[in-house]
Design a protein. Structure first.
Length: 158
């Protein structure tokens, strides 16, 4: 139940993020909101493409309605909200030259993130640039280079 509360919180909190991002991205689908490990551990990898599509449609509808109410009224969701991390600020580790489509980003904090949106950017600034990783209202993560403001969609790599 706590996993459901955390998912409901994430989806509900996603509604409150800034509206301009909506035009940039469509709903990511539960398969992209969860890490590969979480997706598999929940048994969702066993769903057919049609079943996964139906689940994602349900999540969109749920997020648009009940999730907003639960964030304000359900004690379990309120507790989960208190544990949701804010933006991550860290530095890229190693020789960073930018991104090119399927780039892995190794962070000084030990996390590894993977580029999830297409795009290329050639970086020529100082080594180990500071980055901010934040979640948008649809549950997607984006990594922004603090120095330049350039950003790219990312997901936590397994």
């Amino acid at each position: 139940m706590k996993t459901f509360a955390a998912l409901a919180l994430s989806l509900g909190a996603a509604i409150t993020w800034v509206a301009p991002t909506l035009a940039e991205e469509k709903f990511p689908g539960i398969e992209n909101l969860m890490s590969t490990g979480e997706f598999k551990d929940a048994g969702l990898h066993q769903l057919s493409d049609r079943e996964l599509e139906k689940l994602n449609t349900w999540l969109v509808n749920y997020t648009a309605g009940h999730a907003q109410v639960l964030v304000r009224t359900n004690e379990e969701v309120k507790e989960a909200k208190a544990t949701v991390a804010s933006d991550i600020v860290t530095r890229l580790q190693g020789d960073f030259t930018g991104w090119s489509g399927d780039t892995l980003f190794r962070m000084e904090n030990g996390q590894v993130w993977r580029q999830r949106l297409s795009g290329r950017y050639k970086y020529s600034g100082p080594p180990n640039p500071e980055v901010r990783i934040s979640r948008n209202f649809m549950g997607f993560y984006k990594m922004t280079l603090t120095e330049s403001g350039k950003s790219i969609g990312v997901r936590l790599a397994d």
